[in-house]
Design a protein around this ligand. Structure first.
Ligand code: 13P
Length: 254
């Protein structure tokens, strides 16, 4: 059984002070949570990560970048490298979020370069995939997400899979309050795992977590986590409320 991964993606929200307040509350609320039961990861804006790393130093909460550049350094104004993220305490990085793909024109090739660079530097990628509403209605969901993953993992050996999480985030469910039903999510997670079984050895695939994102809330986390192929959640809006995120971390086994 894989240890579930619950990650909060704060997106472009919170000043340093707001972020610090939020983490102080969260640290208190999560004091009783068993680190062997669930892995808790936060992806604050870059500007807050260093401050927050001090606050969570004695907790089991881990830090995550929301993005990175694949180069190690140089003339790339506005970008952040894997080594920079590691230097402020990150162990994870979100790669290929649909907001980056849609608003900032990130391609599958760029996602692949980022995945390879992150792993090489020792960061664990959380690779996001997902379909638009049009693609879902046209029956293209599975082929879209499978192709995104095939391209994201291009050139990667099976041994690296244990350090990777895949986040299935249907674009129509992000920030809309419309969640995929647990059955809809399970179908896609299962298809992603089947693809991994085609590409890699069984042991490697069994070590990869496939998590769900898209309007995850305290009232739907339990039924999502009851699905056999849902290994955690990538939470946007609800991760900005300490009580809600803490309840999501403490999901109940149905
Ligand atoms: P919401 O939980 O706000 O729908 O966002 C999901 C998401 O994009 C997490 O990366």
């Amino acid at each position: 059984m894989l240890k579930p991964l619950i990650a909060g993606n704060w997106k472009m929200n919170t000043t340093v002070h707001q972020g610090v307040d939020l983490v102080i509350k969260l640290r208190e609320l999560l004091k009783g949570a068993d680190p062997d039961e669930v892995e808790v990861v936060l992806a604050p804006p870059f500007t807050s990560i260093h401050h927050i790393s001090h606050i969570i130093a004695d907790s089991h909460i881990r830090l995550c970048g929301q993005n990175l550049h694949w180069e190690k350094g140089g003339a790339y104004t506005g970008e952040v490298s894997a080594d920079m993220l590691i230097s402020v305490g990150c162990r994870y990085v979100i790669i290929g979020h649909s907001e980056r793909r849609e608003l900032f024109k990130e391609t599958d090739e760029m996602v692949n370069k980022k995945v390879l660079a992150a792993l090489k530097a020792g960061l664990r990628p959380i690779i996001c995939v997902g379909e638009t509403l049009d693609e879902r209605e046209l029956g293209k969901t599975i082929s879209k997400v499978q192709l995104q993953i095939k391209k994201a993992l291009s050139g990667l050996a099976g041994g690296a899979l244990k350090d990777i999480a895949i986040a299935y985030e249907p674009i129509w469910a992000i920030g809309t309050g419309r969640t995929a039903t647990p059955q809809m999510a399970e179908e896609v997670h299962n298809a992603l795992r089947e693809l991994l079984f085609e590409l890699y050895d069984t042991d490697s695939v069994k070590s990869t977590r496939v998590i769900y994102g898209g309007s995850v809330k305290p009232d739907n986390i339990d039924s999502l986590m009851a699905q056999p192929n849902i290994d955690g959640a990538l939470v946007g809006g609800a991760s900005l409320k300490a009580e809600d995120f803490a309840r999501i971390v403490k999901f109940r086994h149905l």
